[in-house]
Structure formats: C-alpha cells, structure tokens
Design a protein around this ligand. Structure first.
Ligand code: 5GP
Ligand code: MN
Length: 346
C-alpha cells in the first residue's frame, strides 16, 4: 500500500475543481526537463481520460530526447505561440502549475498566469513554495513531481484511468529526476509505484534507452572535449568546475539538451563532492549556472547566495549576468567561503 502523502483536504479540493472545470491548462518551468514534461503529460493524459479540454504550455523548447513522449507533439511553446497560449491561459478554468515553486520560474509566462482568473493549483517538490496558488501540494521530500502526479491520481481514486501513455510519462519524470534511480531514490514506495506503472504495460528499459542512450555524435564529442579540456578540479576544496562559451557550443553544433547531465560528471571522481557548470546561454545574455553536490553539502545555498538562484540540496541552479571570468571568480569565492563545509568540518 502507498501511504497517502497528499493531505486529504487538498485531494478533495482538487477533485471538486476537476469535476467542475472544462478547460484546464498545465504549465511547467522554463527549459523543461524530464520531470517537467513527464509530470505535465502524465496529468494531461489523465485529464484527457476525464474528457477535459487540456493544454500543456511551457515557456520554451525542451530537449530532443523527450520528444518521443506520448503527447509531446501537443505541447505548446509559449515563446513561439504567445498569442494562442495567452488566450488559453486567460480562458482556463483551472491552471495546474507543475514542478516549479515560484512564478519567476515560468519566465515570460509569469504575467499571463498571474493575471488569469483561472484557479491555480501547484504540484511540486521544490523547497519554499510561493503563495500564488489556491491549492498548494508541495512535497520537497518526494523525489519528483511526476511521482506526486501519480499519487494525486491514485488518491483521487483514479488509478484505473492511468493509460499506458500516461504511465510512460510519469515513469520518465521519476527516472530523470533521480538520475535513473541513482540518487534521491531510497524511498521504497518509488519501487511500489514502478511496479504499478509496469502493470500498465510500460517498457522501462526502452524508456531508459530513449532518454539516456539516444544522443548525437556531436554531443558525445562535446562531452569528451569538456572532460578533457574544460573540467577543472580543485582537490583542496573537493570541488570541480566546467565552463563553456557560446563559441564552443557553436563549434560542436550544440542543440538544446546537449549539455544536460554534464554537471554531474565530475561527481564520479573520488572525493569530488561539489560540481558547478557555467554555460553561456544561447538564448539570453547570461550565464546559466548548474550546481550539484553529494552528501550534505547544500549547493542550493551557494546558488542562492552567489548566483541568484536556488533549488534542491544536491541539485540547484541560478543565473549570472556578466563575463565568464567574473562568474569563475565568484565560484572561487564560494569555495573559500564554504571551505569548511566542503571538507566536512562543521
Ligand atoms: P538544472 O541544473 O538541471 O538546470 O537545475 C537543477 C535544479 O536547480 C532545478 O530542478 C531547479 O530546482 C533549480 N534551478 C535551476 N535553475 C534555477 C534558477 O535559475 N533559479 C532557481 N531558483 N532554481 C533553479
Ligand atoms: Mn522535478
């Protein structure tokens, strides 16, 4: 039996809203990842089964390795179809906000969602949820929003309505947010849920291959270059840094998603417990910062304090506006400031 993680009052409230709603919009965060797309499409398939008019809208493009997902072709990119998306958001009875904690994370969509008369509900697993939604289902101890979507559907009493397609999407989100169940994945109930998803006929091995083993040669060459030439290791701080300029991304014909996971690679080195990846963004004039840690080192604190960001204890992100050398200098300042914690001294 799965424990009932979501408060019954919230489940009842959602049930009422879904019953009454006709038009439902699902939104997720900028640069959507596997969990953003997985949770959105998982809920999308469920709501379709309930005969609702549903649309999934995300701020911008998502990586190619998620495009196979059932329903992915129906996802509306706000940066490409703003007028149409604005109309859908404005006319929605209910807006489901998935996999983000504050409206800033949906970028250009923030105003449209904020100003819509649609009732807002949040389903998320990031720390510190904002108070923009009437129903807030926020569980930072749950490893993915996709898992929360599964739990919500089950608590609504609708497990039977989860289709194979919906199950594939939910599984993908659970798998990607745990690195293929290699981190944040010790909760036994995750495996009960996987069992239930398998009963829907999903092929989990095929999903793994489609997501993790279908990269382009360019991405692999870029990975080799990054590991050989660009990764700096700071053993005295148990830390590592990778930087990547726009020019370098161009040289390797960089496509959206090509650098996904790069920030994790240095953590495979014995004694590296903190890794930062600084990448010049190709859409905006900023440096995208990704941070990862193992154990108790709070990389979200570094993200918040130095890079105007946040996130989870072991996986966080932020932004930097300025030249790369200044971002690197800031990273080095962070190492000095956090030296004691990095070396495990309290
Ligand atoms: P990634 O490095 O994969 O882009 O992001 C990892 C995690 O960091 C995300 O799941 C999200 O929680 C957080 N994150 C990424 N970028 C930002 C950002 O700009 N601001 C905040 N507050 N969190 C971020
Ligand atoms: Mn997530």
């Amino acid at each position: 039996m799965l424990s009932k993680v979501i408060a019954q009052a919230n489940v009842d409230h959602v049930e009422k809203w879904f019953e009454r709603a006709d038009k439902i919009v699902i939104v997720s965060h900028v640069s959507p990842d596997g969990d953003a797309i997985g949770s959105s499409l998982g809920l999308y398939h469920f709501l379709l089964s309930q005969d609702k008019t549903v649309h999934v809208i995300v701020p911008n493009a998502f990586p190619d390795f998620l495009k196979w997902m059932p329903g992915a072709k129906e996802i509306i990119q706000y940066n490409r179809y703003k007028e149409f998306a604005d109309k859908l958001i404005q006319e929605a009875d209910v807006i489901c906000c998935l996999d983000f904690n504050v409206l800033k994370r949906i970028d250009e969509m923030e105003e449209a969602v904020k100003n819509s008369p649609g009732r807002k509900m949040l389903v998320d697993h990031h720390l510190n949820p904002g108070d923009f939604a009437r129903i807030t289902i926020s569980h930072p101890n749950i490893s993915s929003t996709s898992e929360l979507v599964f739990r919500l559907i089950c608590q609504l009493g609708n497990f039977g309505d989860i289709s194979k397609e919906g199950a594939e999407c939910i599984y993908t989100g659970m798998m990607t947010d745990t690195g293929g169940f290699t981190f944040n994945s010790n909760n036994r109930e995750i495996y009960l849920i996987i069992g239930e998803l398998l009963s829907k006929g999903i092929d989990k091995d095929e999903i793994y291959r489609r997501v993790f083993n279908t990269h382009t040669e360019d991405r692999f060459r870029l990975m080799g270059y990054v590991l050989y030439d660009k990764m700096q290791v700071f053993p005295q701080f148990k830390a590592a840094l990778i930087t990547l300029s726009r020019e370098e991304q161009k040289r390797f014909h960089h496509m959206k998603g090509d650098t996904e996971g790069f920030v994790n690679m240095p953590l495979s080195i014995k004694d590296v417990c903190f890794s930062v990846f600084l990448r010049e963004d190709t859409e905006k004039d900023m440096i995208k910062v990704s941070l990862r840690s193992v154990g108790t080192f709070p990389c979200n604190q570094v993200a918040a304090e130095f890079f105007n960001g946040g996130g989870h204890l072991n996986a966080s992100g932020g932004e930097f506006y300025g030249p790369m050398e200044d971002a690197v200098a800031l990273f080095k300042q962070a190492l000095v400031k956090y030296e004691d914690q990095l070396l495990g001294k309290k």
